[in-house]
Design a protein around this ligand. Structure first.
Ligand code: ADP
Ligand code: MG
Length: 197
């Protein structure tokens, strides 16, 4: 069985997080629980890099559209009137393009994070996609207030500060995609010793 301590995930601070000066705060929250940053860089991604980062399969794209529809339903908005369609499979591709526009609008911070159940832990710290659903105490819950209902009307993605891998497979793909052959740097944190008694 693989060592849960060695699990890695990928996190990106999106352009809204960098522009709002939340880079330090987000990193602090990751480090605070005991997760270790083993690779880190800031730069402005190309359209191609972001396009290849997000999945292209129909199921994933339709899921984006469904997030719009469930927000619209929750808050009583009319998708057909706003977007010209109420089909998740037609809304999804629009959202994906807005997402690419957003993610290339400024520099982002990308990092590889290691630690016990890193994928699940970082998703938990980030909170759910839509800020209204994100509990206080999560990054999205504490620092963002956007909604698909507002964003879609303005033809843009929801600004929610971070991207975090959802599964170990996704993490592996994203780490390779953003860091390629770049070295990761492992090191002992002083608190590692506490767990080795
Ligand atoms: P997560 O980032 O929580 O993993 P997804 O992978 O479903 O969420 O979506 C990727 C990103 O696309 C979200 O973080 C958000 O910025 C944006 N997004 C998702 N759904 C919508 C939507 N319905 N309208 C606008 N933007 C969306
Ligand atoms: Mg996702």
């Amino acid at each position: 069985m693989s060592d849960a301590r060695e699990e890695k995930t990928f996190l990106m601070i999106k352009p809204d997080g960098v522009r709002r000066g939340l880079t330090g705060e987000i990193i602090r929250r990751l480090e605070q629980v005991g997760l270790k940053i083993v690779a880190l860089k800031l730069y402005r991604p190309t359209e191609k890099q972001v396009d290849e980062h997000y999945p292209k399969d129909k199921a994933w794209i339709t899921r984006l559209g469904q997030k719009t529809l469930s927000t619209y339903e929750k808050f009583g908005y009319d998708a057909k009137q706003e977007l010209g369609t109420a089909e998740a499979s037609e809304i999804g591709p629009m959202v994906r393009q807005w997402l690419i526009d957003f993610m290339t609008s400024g520099p982002v911070v990308v990092m590889v994070i290691k630690g016990v159940h890193a994928v699940e832990m970082v998703r938990k710290l980030s909170g759910p996609t839509m800020p209204a659903d994100a509990e206080l105490g999560t990054i999205r819950g504490d620092f963002s207030i956007d909604s698909a209902a507002v964003a879609n009307r303005e033809k843009r993605a929801v600004f929610n500060l971070v991207h975090a891998s959802e599964t170990q497979d996704e993490a592996e793909h994203e780490i390779k995609h953003w860091f390629g052959e770049d070295a990761e740097h492992n090191y002992e944190r002083t608190d590692d010793a506490v767990y080795k008694m």
